[in-house]
Design a protein around this ligand. Structure first.
Ligand code: SF4
Length: 259
């Protein structure tokens, strides 16, 4: 597990799986692949096998030993619902999330149909937990937007969208049942551009639907240079999990005021 993640919307990352394969245009310049492949062949390095998918059972129980509560991005270097990850292993990962419920888990996937099917089946118990947030990546209309419907069809308590890298205008998006939207542009040496109006359209839709909006970054080749302000301010909206005594739990939204 890695604490103090540099990813703006989380505190730590946990990777009980490493490696992945590309599935849609959002994967083209995958940061995880670029990072992992730098270490292919380096004996003893966690990414000695580059970006080849493999299970890391020795990392499975890390969150249980992490005493201070934090938001944990699950599998920042992989995809939990990848077709080569057995159901039984996904269930083991989720069992840890259920046991170490003093954290918030952020599970993000591009394999949205498998997420839907498992939350409606073997993971139904976890779907209803407010400390486990289930999200899909949405980069364009053709591949990304249909994932939103798959997510909505899943019986999840907290659903979120990571609209990054935003590659085109998404048009009108159905935000019903969605608890959080993150938007960001691509970063890195081959970053594809993101236009302001694509972002402001999503912001306006989130405001109208009262969905917390988090603007992660403009991105670009020099990410730091462009920052994460949109029209002179940052947007750090986020769902807030509330754990009440007596077993009653609910989720409420937090959206900083504009201006
Ligand atoms: S699904 Fe995510 S981790 Fe896997 S290749 Fe695509 S961008 Fe990379």
């Amino acid at each position: 597990m890695s604490d103090n993640s540099s990813i703006e919307w989380t505190d730590a990352t946990w990777n009980p799986i490493r490696g992945c394969t590309k599935i849609s245009p959002g994967c083209k310049n995958c940061y995880a692949e670029r990072f992992a492949e730098r270490f292919r062949g380096v004996a003893g390095h966690p990414f000695e096998q580059g970006f080849d998918l493999r299970l890391i059972p020795e990392k499975l129980h890390d969150p249980i030993g992490w005493k201070r509560s934090r938001r944990i991005f699950v599998n920042s270097m992989s995809d939990l619902f990848h077709e080569d990850v057995p159901d039984a292993y996904i269930e083991q990962v989720v069992q840890v999330m259920l046991a170490a419920d003093h954290h918030v888990y952020q599970v993000l996937t591009k394999r949205s149909e498998r997420l839907r099917d498992m939350l409606d089946g073997k993971l139904r118990n976890a779907a209803a937990k407010p400390h486990i947030w289930w999200g899909v990546s949405v980069e364009d209309r053709r591949y990304g937007v249909p994932r939103i419907d798959h997510l909505r069809d899943a019986p999840a308590q907290v659903r979120f969208l990571s609209v990054e890298p935003l590659l085109e205008a998404l048009g009108e998006v159905d935000l019903s049942g969605i608890s959080w939207v993150i938007v960001g542009g691509e970063s890195g040496p081959r970053a594809r551009p993101m236009r302001r109006e694509w972002v402001t359209s999503l912001l306006a839709q989130c405001e109208a639907a009262k969905v917390p909006f988090f603007f992660k970054q403009w991105g670009g080749v020099q990410k730091k240079k462009h920052g994460r302000e949109l029209d002179g301010r940052t947007y750090d909206g986020m769902p807030v999990a509330m754990f009440l005594s007596g077993g009653n739990e609910h989720v409420e939204s937090k959206q900083p005021r504009r201006g």
